[in-house]
Ligand binder design. Structure first.
Ligand SMILES: [Zn+2]
Length: 67
């Protein structure tokens, strides 16, 4: 599971790694940003607390939000 955190309302959501990886594989855009999901609570952007992408890039919530 990958722990996703909403950048707007701080909701946490566990998303299965397989789902995140599928999403990552479909995303042909910028590799420097992690696959993101929409928050079910507020519609905001959810970012992974930590996720290593299929291209070997590591993403952390602290990349986009100060601790
Ligand atoms: Zn939210």
């Amino acid at each position: 599971m990958v722990n996703y955190i909403c950048l707007d309302c701080d909701t946490h959501e566990e998303i299965p790694l397989s789902v995140v990886r599928d999403f990552d594989a479909m995303d042909l855009g910028d590799e420097s940003v992690a696959p993101r999901f929409s928050c079910e609570q507020c519609g905001g952007e959810m970012y992974p607390e930590y996720y290593k992408g299929i291209h070997g890039i590591e993403y952390r919530i602290t990349d986009v939000r100060p601790i």
